[in-house]
Each structure stands twice: as structure tokens, then as C-alpha cells.
Design a protein around this ligand. Structure first.
Ligand code: PLP
Length: 450
């Protein structure tokens, strides 16, 4: 053990010296170095076990350490690890995967554009929406409607569409022609001037279209359930009503399903769950359960037709349609289907939601417990009457990990959970107990201790 911890210390030091990690500063953060994963467990360099209640980064649908996926990746790499430009050539795993995705997707979807991840997919979708109108002679349609508190990745387009100042400030001019609307966040009732949440959002959308002009707007983009905001679930009538307004104004709907797709909320796509048919669906993460960086942008025939007209769609990545990624994705989707993980996400997710509601709802720092399937959020407050947010949810997440070995993430306003869809009931119990233990010693200023 002595030699293990001295090598852990050396790794920490080298990590601080050599790696620029996102978000947290090097000086104040000692990062746990992970070495191994199996199902919902992860182990660090000292052999400590953690329960991964975050499912990697909201993507480990089938759990960690699956031999089937490692074998598929290895055999595809031996056969054809990569190939060459996806504009002139194609490959069998990509063709089969695209067909599979279209068959799983809502009826409107007929074609697929592959990327290496979510941010790349969002950039593609934003460009596609503008290009679609351009090809139809409506080049003025360039504005993008997004929402405050949205997260759409960190490239310039998606970063602009994201509704947090920290993704904009200090980066110079962001993408022009992006407008942010009010998020459909029922718990934050102060956002809606005393009106019904959906009524308010729809009236605001109509007013915004009137002001900017329907002839100038390309698309609206949104996460079906807002992840980084804190797993914010909109009212059931929100998406169908947004869809109706957009269709009436010839504005495309881009659903950012980077988190919600492939079983996370108990359906293949959140579009099904919310009864809405988008023009473009951006996916990534769960498509391979994180075993390979891959994304897929799904689109309607109408959008595909304009992109493929004339000289084609001038936007290609080196890794479009990566054969190893696509082979892994096919095998991953096979596991999700054959282990009935959609039903399991609903069942165990429902169990975990009930458990958290029972065990946390009476605590003074808990404003709301919410979620669908395996996408759950706990909104933390300094005061339950005023609903003032708890200042430092990260301290709570850190304590849950440090003191109980359960990895949860903090969001803008609380904790978010997105375990593997294979989570057991015992593991769900452990997650809830760990969070409860920390929240019973959390003070209104976000500090922890009895
Ligand atoms: N969109 C949403 C809703 C996300 O949650 C994320 C990542 O968490 C992204 C886009 C960006 O995906 P990536 O990190 O793969 O670039």
C-alpha cells in the first residue's frame, strides 16, 4: 500500500504539472486518479472503490468494463481501424449504424451525419439549420433561438447557444444572431410572472419571433430535459406547443439529445417521451456508452435533401463515420436492447426517484427532487420558502464522494444523478443514503459539518 500511495502522490504531482484540466484550477484541486471500472463501480490508484452515480459523464448506459465492447473495438481495429475521407468513401459499420439509428428514431428522421462527440454535433446542427434555409433561397434565416441555462457544448456556436455567462465571458465575440429565452423550469416560479410556465414560455417565443421576424430565424435549439441546469424537466405540453409555433413560422426544431438519447430516460429518444418530432436530433454520449468518442446528428428527409443538393454539404470532420466507433455503437445498442435497459432505466430510475423523494424531501436544504428515468436532479436551496439557491453545491458533491465514496455531480443549482442503466436497487439505496448523510450536515451557506 505504501508504494501504491507514493505512486499516487507522484501521479498527482505530474498531473498538476502537465495537464490543463477544464473548469477547476490546478492549485486547489487534487484529482482522484482512476484506474479501473466494472458495472457501476470505479477504482482509484489506491484501490478505493467508488459507486459511480454519474454514469461516467451521463453516458455509461451499459456500465463500465464490458468485455463485449472491448472485444468488438479490438476486432474492428484489427480489420479496419480507420479508413479515409467519409466524403468519397464509406464503411460497413457506419452504414449499418445509420440504418439502425433511423429505424429507432421518430418517424420524421431519415438520415444521419456522424461526428466524434456532442459539441461537434451541435456545431453541425446549427450550420445545417442555416444551410438548409440558404439552399432554399432563404439566406436571411440565420437567427438561432436558445434558452437561458442551456448547455450545448463548448465550441463557439454551441457555446453561444449555451445560456451561462461563464461560457461567453472572456472569449471575445461569440456567434452573432443567437437569442436566449426563458427556460421551462416550473420550480423557479419567479421566472413566469405568476403565469403558467408553458403559457409564459410560448407567449415569449411568439413575441420573440414577431420581434426578430420569422424570415430571419433558422432554428430553435433545446435540451428536452436541461442537464447542466440541474435535470430540469419541462411541463408535458411545452415541447408540443413549441413545435407548433415553430412549424407555423418555418423555423427548424433542433433537439439536443446528447444526454437524453439511447435509453437514459427510458426511451430511445426523448422526442418520443415528449411527443415531439424534431427536424434535427443531436446525439453522442450514450450511443457508445462512452467506450468510443462518437456522435450522430439525425435529420429529416427535408433537411437532408437541401444539404445534399448541388455541391453537397461543405462540412466534414476527419473522424466522420469512424468504423471502430460505429462498430462499438452497434454493439452497445445491441446490449441496450437485449438487456431491456430502456425498461430498466424507467424501473430503477423510478425506484431511485421515490427513494430520494422519501429520504431527502424533509431536509431543509432540499427544494425539489425530480427526474425522468435515469436522469435525476436534486435542487438545493439555502431557504425553502424563498427558494434561494444553496451557494456551493459543489461542496456537497465533493463531500458525498470523499466521505461515502459515491460520485455525484453538482449542477448549477444542486446535484445531478445519471447512473448506468444497469444500477441495482442496493446501489440506488447507497446513493440515497450517502446524499442524505451529507445534506443533514449542510448549512444554508453551503458549508458542511455538524
Ligand atoms: N449537449 C448537451 C446537452 C450536453 O450535456 C453536452 C455535454 O455534456 C454536450 C452537448 C457536449 O457534448 P461533448 O462534451 O461530447 O462535446
Amino acid at each position: 500500500a505504501a508504494s501504491t500511495s507514493s505512486s499516487t502522490e507522484a501521479l498527482h504531482q505530474l498531473d498538476r504539472q502537465r495537464i490543463v484540466h477544464p473548469y477547476l484550477p490546478a492549485s486547489t484541486t487534487e484529482r482522484v486518479v482512476m484506474t479501473r471500472g466494472k458495472a457501476s463501480s470505479l477504482w482509484d490508484t489506491d484501490g478505493r472503490e467508488y459507486l459511480d452515480a454519474t454514469g461516467g459523464l451521463w453516458l455509461a448506459q451499459v456500465g463500465h468494463g464490458r468485455d463485449e465492447l472491448a472485444d468488438v473495438a479490438a476486432s474492428q481495429m484489427r480489420e479496419l481501424e480507420y479508413f479515409t475521407s467519409f466524403w468519397e468513401f464509406s464503411n460497413q459499420p457506419a452504414i449499418e449504424l445509420a440504418d439502425r439509428l433511423v429505424r429507432l428514431a421518430p418517424d420524421e428522421i431519415s438520415k444521419v451525419y456522424f461526428t466524434s462527440g456532442g459539441s461537434e454535433g451541435i456545431e453541425a446542427a446549427l450550420k445545417m439549420s442555416r444551410y438548409h434555409h440558404y439552399r432554399r433561397g432563404k439566406e436571411e434565416k440565420t437567427w438561432i433561438l436558445a434558452r437561458e441555462r442551456a448547455y450545448h457544448g463548448i465550441a463557439y456556436g454551441g457555446g453561444t447557444a449555451s445560456g451561462f455567462g461563464m461560457y461567453h465571458d472572456g472569449f471575445g465575440p461569440m456567434l452573432p444572431h443567437v437569442e436566449h429565452l426563458t427556460p421551462p423550469w416550473p420550480y423557479r416560479r419567479d421566472l413566469f410572472d405568476g403565469q403558467d410556465c408553458t403559457d409564459f414560455c410560448i407567449a415569449e417565443l411568439e413575441r420573440t419571433i414577431e420581434r426578430i421576424g420569422a424570415d430571419n430565424i433558422a432554428a430553435m435549439i433545446g435540451e428536452p430535459i436541461m442537464g447542466v441546469a440541474g435535470m430540469v424537466v419541462p411541463p408535458d405540453d411545452y415541447w408540443p406547443r413549441v413545435r407548433e409555433v415553430l412549424r407555423r413560422n418555418d423555423i427548424l426544431l433542433i433537439l439536443d439529445e446528447v444526454v437524453t438519447a439511447y435509453g437514459r430516460i427510458g426511451s430511445w429518444f426523448a422526442a418520443e417521451h415528449f411527443n415531439v418530432d424534431p427536424d434535427i436530433i443531436v446525439t453522442a454520449k450514450g450511443i457508445t456508452s462512452g467506450y468510443f468518442p462518437l456522435g450522430a446528428v439525425l435529420m429529416s428527409e427535408d433537411v437532408a435533401e437541401s444539404l445534399e443538393a448541388d455541391s453537397g454539404f461543405p462540412m466534414g470532420y476527419t473522424y466522420n463515420g469512424h468504423p471502430t466507433g460505429c462498430a462499438v455503437a452497434l454493439a452497445n445498442l445491441h446490449i441496450i436492447e437485449h438487456e431491456r435497459l430502456l425498461a430498466r432505466a424507467s424501473e430503477i430510475g423510478g425506484y431511485l426517484l421515490d427513494k430520494l423523494s422519501d429520504e431527502l424531501a424533509d431536509l431543509p436544504r432540499v427544494g425539489e427532487v425530480r427526474g425522468v428515468g435515469m436522469m435525476l436532479g436534486i435542487e438545493l436551496v439555502a431557504d425553502r420558502d424563498s427558494r434561494e439557491p444553496l451557494p456551493n453545491p459543489q461542496a456537497v458533491a465533493d463531500a458525498v464522494r470523499r466521505e461515502h465514496g459515491v460520485i455525484v455531480r453538482d449542477s448549477a443549482q444542486g446535484l445531478v444523478l445519471s447512473p448506468a442503466l444497469t444500477l441495482t436497487r442496493d446501489e440506488a439505496d447507497r446513493i440515497s443514503a450517502a446524499i442524505r448523510a451529507v445534506l443533514t450536515t449542510t448549512h444554508p451557506d453551503g458549508t458542511i459539518g455538524s
